[in-house]
Structures are given as structure tokens and as C-alpha cells.
Design a protein around this ligand. Structure first.
Ligand code: DC
Length: 220
């Protein structure tokens, strides 16, 4: 089974790159961050603190979370509702970083992710795909960029959607989320020893895609 692991910090462009690669290679793309975001949204709906392990335990084992594919795109369905847009809300971003630090949440999500990867040729993007979820993936990439470049990308993305955001605030949130994601006890954001590192700070999306494709094709 062709499994590709693509990890990196928020704003590194990994979801965009993974989506394009999936289309070009005709394989499935699983954005695993969307799953943690959906968990955070569920906690928000229930008025639960994302770091309150006991409270999260109460709902996580039977969370009604389904990942569907429509016209090649991933749809995140929570309690029967399409929440693909809602989970992108800035408020959900920081909460998803908190909830993803809970072992009980990771166990459940990793199990779902491994099932998808066992049944489909696919590319998974996240933080721990190459290190924990799919340590035996055929290809592993770790893409990154400076925090300033990533905050600027996020700023442009949200402003294009008409949201009013402050660049400095986004940068601080990005730094805080990086810190949380890379310092948590289990499955921290980390480059796998055998992953190929790509710094995208001065690269366009298509340059990153071409670089990854050339590495995969070299092997074929
Ligand atoms: O990639 P993203 O920004 O949509 O991810 C949202 C949060 O989920 C992020 O703060 C870290 C967490 N996450 C994780 O811990 N492990 C993954 N495989 C994917 C995301």
C-alpha cells in the first residue's frame, strides 16, 4: 500500500501540498489536523475545557466523527453536520492544539487514521505521521518555514476570506501553538529520522509539490 507521511508545523502549507499531491497521484488525502479540530469543536459545543481529561474522556470514545470524500475533497462530519468550515475558525485552532495533547484523544484518532491508511493508498498530513501513526510509510517528508512566513500565509488566507485579523497576534498564536505541539509528552511535532526535510520559506506551493513528486518518481 502506498502511504506517504507529510508532517510539519501549522502554516507550513502541508495540507495544500498534500491535497495537490493526492490529486496528481490519484490517492486519498487525509488531513489529520481536521480530526483534532473536530474533537475541539465537540468540546466547545459541550462547554468542556479541552485540557480537562476526565470531561473529554466522557465523550471521545463515542464521538460521531466521520471523514467523507466528495469531489476529491475531504469533508469533516460531526454529529451528522458538515463542519469543514467551522473547524477552521481561529478559536478552534488553539483549542485543537490543547485537546490533541490528551493521550485518550490521540489513541482514538490514531486508530482511525491507521485504518484509513491500511485500506487506501494515501497521503496523511499532520504532526506525528512519520514518527507514530505510520512509522513504516514508504515516503516521509517534513515541511517547514519560519514562523514569520507561516503567520504571513495564515494572515493572507484569513484576510482573503474576509476575516479581520492582526498579523502580530497571529504570529504570537503560531509561536504558542508550535511550542505546545512540539513540547507535549506524547507524539510531539518532530521530524522522523528518516524523513526528508523541505524548508518552504522561499518556495511556492508548486515548487514544493514538484520537489516531492521528483523524489517519489525517482524511486518508481
Ligand atoms: O494541522 P492543523 O493546524 O489543522 O492541526 C490542528 C491541531 O491538531 C494542531 O495544533 C496540532 C494537532 N495535530 C496533532 O497533534 N497531530 C496531528 N497528526 C495533526 C494535528
Amino acid at each position: 500500500m502506498l502511504n506517504i507521511a507529510l508532517d510539519g508545523p501549522s502554516g507550513s502549507g502541508k495540507s495544500t501540498v498534500a491535497g495537490i499531491l493526492a490529486k496528481k497521484l490519484d490517492i486519498l488525502h487525509l488531513d489529520t489536523g481536521a480530526m483534532y479540530r473536530a474533537c475541539a469543536l465537540e468540546a466547545l459545543k459541550r462547554n468542556i475545557d479541552c485540557l480537562d481529561e476526565d470531561a473529554v474522556k466522557g465523550f471521545i470514545s463515542d464521538i460521531d466523527l466521520v471523514i467523507k470524500y466528495e469531489n476529491g475533497g475531504q469533508k469533516t462530519i460531526l454529529d451528522g453536520e458538515d463542519v469543514s468550515l467551522k473547524i477552521r475558525d481561529n478559536k478552534v485552532s488553539l483549542m485543537s492544539s490543547n485537546i490533541s495533547s490528551l493521550p485518550i484523544v490521540r489513541e482514538k484518532m490514531v486508530e482511525m487514521q491507521r485504518k484509513v491508511a491500511a485500506e487506501n493508498p494515501c497521503i496523511l498530513d499532520g504532526r506525528d505521521i512519520g514518527t507514530v501513526v505510520l512509522p513504516h510509510a514508504k515516503y516521509k517528508f517534513f515541511i517547514t518555514a519560519t514562523s514569520e512566513v507561516r503567520a504571513r500565509r495564515r494572515f493572507n488566507e484569513l484576510t482573503e476570506k474576509g476575516q479581520q485579523v492582526d498579523y502580530e497576534q497571529l504570529l504570537q498564536e503560531m509561536i504558542k501553538r508550535d511550542y505546545n505541539d512540539s513540547h507535549r509528552k506524547i507524539a510531539p511535532l518532530k521530524q522522523a529520522d528518516d524523513a526528508i526535510l523541505i524548508d518552504t520559506s522561499n518556495m511556492t506551493v508548486s515548487e514544493v509539490v514538484e520537489k516531492i513528486l521528483s523524489i517519489i518518481n525517482e524511486d518508481a
